[in-house]
Write a protein that binds this ligand. Structure first.
Ligand SMILES: NC(=O)c1ccc[n+]([C@@H]2O[C@H](COP(=O)([O-])OP(=O)(O)OC[C@H]3O[C@@H](n4cnc5c(N)ncnc54)[C@H](O)[C@@H]3O)[C@@H](O)[C@H]2O)c1
Length: 377
């Protein structure tokens, strides 16, 4: 991006969890921010109000990314686009196929068509680590397995760890961008569609494009129901109410929890780095962390160490076992370095959840009753 003037960045889906933090990050660094968001009730509640925590300086255009007229209006005067608008979550995508493909895939197609008549300096698309399916694994002799799926028969018996086709236990490795995508949900397919379409159209029409594959982003203003790290918000609120955390499987699943403050900095770095053009980058903390570890940390932070986690011993269809990022490429090309430790990030999250509970006097939703898709051991 040329920074001679104050470029205006259009953030689609900018009123959501990541978008609202991104707006603050960009405004603090001298950018103008416009948001196109339909304030979808699942995220914003039935009143569909502009979120109170969204920086007042951000201009909000209420509209659907699939509406070409609204989109063109929002694009007027924009120098770059960060595309976040999406229906988020893997599980519900398996029965709400049309919704996911419509908003995520068709919405991106409508955006790209609009960009053909509206040249911009940069397009950055928020993709997801979900495109990988399971992370990368290797056997003890170094053979790697980029396309592993767990057998439902095995997980039903509580045999949680993925195995090679020969049945031997294999071990998770940091997942690099070169791992072949292996989407295991309609959501993941739609995110991969977004990547592929933006890459192809970007290259064909000279739109400088970058893809960020976000891992599990967490932080204040993330709803309990967020399919990524909303469980951290939920764990914190359960503990604060004197209830134990409940963990699926045996709780030793590994994820890459990345603070939203680090994630939004990565977007800004991608916007500002000419070397990012045409690239795909993992954005995570680069450190694997089990659900048990985050539950223990949250128990310590909230002073509820006596509440030992309830291990449900239940696997859910479609859940992956381990996935965490190799962030070497983002480090090298974007100069991205995670700054928020998991301890500091969880402290911040707990402070926010405490304030929310105190302010709203509302008991957060319990873990949803498991549907017929669950597997019992
Ligand atoms: N949160 C994570 O950990 C994570 C991880 C990987 C990828 N991502 C991606 O990052 C992006 C933002 O995620 P988030 O966690 O902030 O989600 P979010 O649900 O909090 O925000 C999404 C925003 O998009 C808006 N939106 C939905 N449909 C729209 C439409 N048709 N038109 C206009 N706006 C629409 C919603 O109102 C909401 O404000 C998404 O593209 C998601 O796939 C998030």
């Amino acid at each position: 991006m040329h920074r001679d003037t104050n470029p205006t960045i259009l953030i689609t889906g900018g009123a959501g969890f990541i978008g609202s933090h991104l707006a603050t990050e960009l405004l603090q660094h001298g950018y103008g921010v416009r948001i196109l968001d339909n304030l979808t009730p699942r995220v914003h509640g039935p009143e569909r109000h502009r979120p109170g925590h969204l920086d007042r300086r951000a201009e909000v255009v209420v509209g659907d990314v699939r509406d070409p007229h609204r989109l063109r209006e929002a694009l007027d005067g924009a120098d770059a686009v960060i595309h976040l608008a999406a229906v988020v979550g893997e599980r519900s995508s398996m029965y709400r196929l049309e919704k996911y493909m419509s908003v995520n895939t068709s919405g991106t197609a409508v955006l790209l068509e609009a960009l053909l008549d509206h040249p911009i300096e940069r397009l950055i698309v928020a993709s997801s680590s979900a495109v990988y399916g399971e992370g990368l694994y290797c056997s003890y002799n170094g053979t790697t397995y980029p396309k592993i799926r767990r057998s439902p028969d095995r997980t039903a018996r509580g045999d949680w760890e993925p195995r090679s086709p020969e049945g031997e236990v294999i071990y998770p490795l940091p997942t690099p961008e070169t791992k072949e995508p292996s989407p295991l949900s309609v959501y993941a397919i739609s995110k991969y569609d977004q990547e592929e379409m933006c890459g192809l159209i970007g290259e064909s029409y000279g739109i400088p494009t970058t893809v960020l594959r976000l891992f599990s982003v967490y932080g204040p203003h993330q709803g309990y129901t967020s399919p990524y790290s909303g469980m951290l918000t939920e764990y914190a609120s359960r503990l604060l109410q004197g209830l134990p955390v409940r963990l699926f499987e045996d709780g030793y699943q590994q994820r890459d929890f990345v603070s939203v403050y680090d994630a939004v900095r990565a977007f800004r770095l991608a916007l500002e780095s000419p070397a990012a053009i045409g690239g795909t980058f993992n954005i995570g903390s680069g450190r694997p962390c089990t659900f048990r570890t985050v539950a223990d940390l949250l128990a310590a932070i909230t002073g509820r160490q006596h509440l030992t986690p309830e291990i449900l011993g239940i696997g859910r269809i479609g859940d992956i076992r381990h996935r965490f990022a190799d962030i070497g490429r983002a480090r090298e090309v974007l100069g991205y370095e995670p700054e928020v430790t998991i301890e500091a990030g969880l402290l911040d999250l707990v402070a926010w959840v405490e304030a929310e509970i105190a302010g709203r006097r509302k008991v957060p939703a319990p873990i949803k009753a498991l549907g017929s898709s669950r597997l019992r051991v």
